[in-house]
Design a protein around this ligand. Structure first.
Ligand code: UT7
Length: 334
């Protein structure tokens, strides 16, 4: 019997309507459109507004779009994995909330917390369930409502992040399409430089943690930048080398969208031109686990069966990695 691989058979994406521009941020903190553009490449990001609306609200339209495109119902889904660091609640998992909201009665689900690398970790995990032969339809969504943990008085972080979600359906394939290989890494030493200190079991929410603004993202940008450039490029190169892929063999780099300068450094290290690099950071900013699937969603019409894609990410943890995906269908027909 031929080996079962996990092919991506449909893609969905969702960003909320509200557009937070650099001009609006200029009114909130001491910054300029020019500084943000030159240092990050971000022009605007999307924000989910409304009381009681969490990350599951971003996931629901993604899941429904995927079902519609693939011609299945939510009841056909066996497993839903949601990668997020902004779950609706500490528990239960956002995946459980989403399966309930969409009526995926036959699915079990869980969340993965790996920050900006969350989608890569979840994709690899979901693929293992497909490769086992036991599961036929696994949905993997990367979603974050970063605005819920951003301090809009901190100019070093509020200019970067936005809200959004994207996802894919994984199905068994016996022709070698889908997830071929991946390199996944983590180093907990990095928690010092990028974290949200309170709200977990170390420092449960208290009047003091709120007063100290510890329920917001803290980032030592320069250090994270340095590690991101080195490790994202290294992981992408490793996955290319061990699969004997040259730059000419790679159709697309699908990079995590944290900073345009990190994306460019990764593409350069792989020997890939800008034309082969998916970039939408200027419109959506950094949506953490959402960036990579949002790129796949936007570029889907241009993707062709057999295209070699390298997905790469770096983020909080530290976590990082790269995956090699052989695209399974002509995007135009989707
Ligand atoms: O996705 C998760 C992983 N995260 C990342 O990959 C992000 C990695 N880090 C970065 O993208 C960049 O480090 C930032 C965009 C966060 C910051 O850019 P930078 O070029 O590293 O700036 P910096 O932190 O070295 O700051 C340079 C200067 C400082 O002023 P002084 O000390 O030189 O006077 C900052 O205070 O820019 C100042 N600055 C700002 N100025 C205007 C910092 N933020 C701003 C701002 N507007 N928003």
């Amino acid at each position: 019997m031929s080996k079962i691989t996990a092919a991506i058979t449909a893609v969905g994406g969702y960003v909320p309507d509200y557009v937070l521009t650099n001009q609006e941020l200029e009114k909130l903190v001491e910054t300029t459109d020019e500084w943000i553009m030159t240092r990050t490449g971000i022009k605007e990001r999307r924000i989910l507004k409304g009381e009681g609306k969490g990350t599951s609200e971003l996931c629901v339209p993604v899941a429904l779009e995927i079902c519609k495109k693939r011609g299945i119902t939510p009841e056909d889904i066996d497993l839903l994995i949601v990668a997020t660091v902004t779950p609706d609640m500490v528990f239960p998992a956002t995946a459980n909330v989403v399966t309930d909201k969409i009526g995926a009665k036959n699915a079990f689900g869980f969340d993965i917390s790996a920050a900006c690398s969350g989608f890569l970790y979840a994709l690899d995990t979901g693929a293992k369930f497909i490769e086992s032969g036991k599961y036929k339809k696994v949905m993997v969504i990367g979603a974050d409502k970063m605005s819920s943990i951003i301090d809009y008085t901190d100019r070093t972080t509020c200019i970067i992040f936005g809200d959004g979600a994207g996802g894919v359906l994984l199905e068994p394939n016996t022709e070698g399409f889908g997830l071929v290989d991946s390199v996944l890494k983590s180093d907990g030493h990095g928690r010092e430089f990028l974290n949200m200190k309170a709200g977990g079991s170390n420092y449960p929410a208290s009047a003091e943690t709120v007063a100290n603004r510890q329920h917001y993202v803290f980032q030592e940008g320069k250090t994270v930048f340095k590690y991101a450039v080195a490790n994202m490029a290294d992981a992408a190169r490793t996955v290319m080398d061990r699969n004997q892929l040259t730059a000419a063999d790679v159709a697309w780099l699908v990079p995590h969208q944290a900073n345009l300068r990190i994306i460019s450094a990764t593409a350069d290290h792989m020997g890939l031109p800008k034309e082969k690099t998916m970039i939408n950071i200027h419109r959506f900013g950094n949506t953490t686990a959402g960036t990579i699937p949002l790129c796949l969603w936007e570029w889907e019409p241009q993707l062709k069966k057999g295209d070699n894609l390298i997905l790469a990410a770096f983020g909080g943890g530290f976590t990082w990695g790269a995956s090699y995906v052989k695209w399974a269908y002509d995007g135009k027909k989707a």
